[in-house]
Design a protein around this ligand. Structure first.
Ligand SMILES: NC(=O)c1ccc[n+]([C@@H]2O[C@H](COP(=O)([O-])OP(=O)(O)OC[C@H]3O[C@@H](n4cnc5c(N)ncnc54)[C@H](OP(=O)(O)O)[C@@H]3O)[C@@H](O)[C@H]2O)c1
Length: 264
């Protein structure tokens, strides 16, 4: 039987272990990119990692992670499918989750800007962006709130983007309408979650990962000699450190991977 199918006994043992010593992180969209690097780094630190993906079968990257780390478990979770979210939340009921990372997201193909450009906007595409980037994180946060509240660390983060900011280097720009506005909506929703879950002792933050050289852009970045990209290892190590230092006083903040404040 694959490890992806948690037996009730395994779950109970995990819950006990989480309560006693090991910390637990749940990551959405963790089969590649930033999510995969989060899963790898947390697994290497000895955390119990619930590495979620939306595929029909366990992606190779996560099967490999499971084989390398006893403490890593792949689970299916499509953030646009509320039944899938509720199903996993039901399965993990009672299990403390110290850190919930809302990472799953879509960007669109920036080399094909038309569907996200004024004059040629594709409004069906907009719905997909909002359902994934904004509503997905909200629903996941809502579904696992009790798990986070039951943990030691009580932290929820969402991977946003400086593209969603009204101020700072990205403010006042046009283009990539769906990506930018869905991230701005995500920011507003998570600020709401921060306010509403403060009384449960849960700290919530938006994180800006920098411009990260994930697999899907790596070849293009190298071929075109694009500047300003950082390696996933650097971005994620930075964000893990930000999460480690997160307190209730910071709740509702937007923070860059290097710990600097990111303007909303
Ligand atoms: N890379 C950057 O420079 C950068 C900068 C700022 C913000 N971000 C944000 O960081 C997050 C991760 O980005 P990335 O660069 O790692 O992107 P990526 O390489 O495209 O990975 C995106 C991940 O999200 C998953 N995903 C997409 N839709 C999903 C859904 N409905 N349910 C569950 N999982 C879903 C993907 O799964 P599949 O493999 O099945 O598609 C994949 O695992 C995103 O929120 C992105 O907006 C990235």
């Amino acid at each position: 039987m694959r490890k992806t199918i948690f037996a009730a006994g395994v779950l109970a043992a995990l819950a006990l272990m989480s309560a006693a010593q090991a910390q637990t992180v749940l990551i959405t969209g963790s089969n590649r990119g930033i999510g995969l690097e989060f899963a790898r780094q947390y697994a290497s630190k000895g955390w119990t990692v619930i590495a979620t993906h939306r595929r029909d079968s366990t992606p190779e990257t996560l099967a490999e992670l499971e084989s390398e780390h006893e403490n890593a478990h792949a689970e299916k979770l499509d953030v646009t499918d509320h039944a899938s979210i509720d199903a996993l939340a039901g399965k993990l009921a009672g299990m403390p989750i110290d850190v919930l990372i809302n990472n799953a997201g879509i960007t669109g193909d920036f080399t094909q800007p038309k569907p996200q450009s004024l004059g040629t906007l594709d409004y069906d595409m907009a719905v997909r962006f909002f359902r994934t980037n904004a509503l997905g994180a909200l629903k996941v946060s809502e579904a696992f709130l009790d798990n986070v509240a039951a943990s030691d660390q009580k932290k929820i983060v969402a991977i946003s983007s400086l593209a969603g900011s009204f101020e700072g280097e990205s403010g006042g720009k046009g283009g990539i309408y769906w990506y930018r506005s869905s991230k701005a909506a995500l920011n507003m929703m998570m600020v709401g979650v921060a306010a509403d879950s403060r009384r449960k002792g849960i700290a919530v933050a938006l994180l800006s990962p920098g411009t990260v050289k994930v697999e899907k852009v790596a070849e293009m970045v190298d071929r075109m000699g694009l500047k300003g990209f950082i390696e996933p290892s650097e971005s994620i190590a930075g964000m893990i450190s930000v999460i480690e230092n997160l307190t209730l006083d910071d709740s509702g903040a937007f923070i860059r991977y290097n710990g600097e404040p990111q303007p909303f």
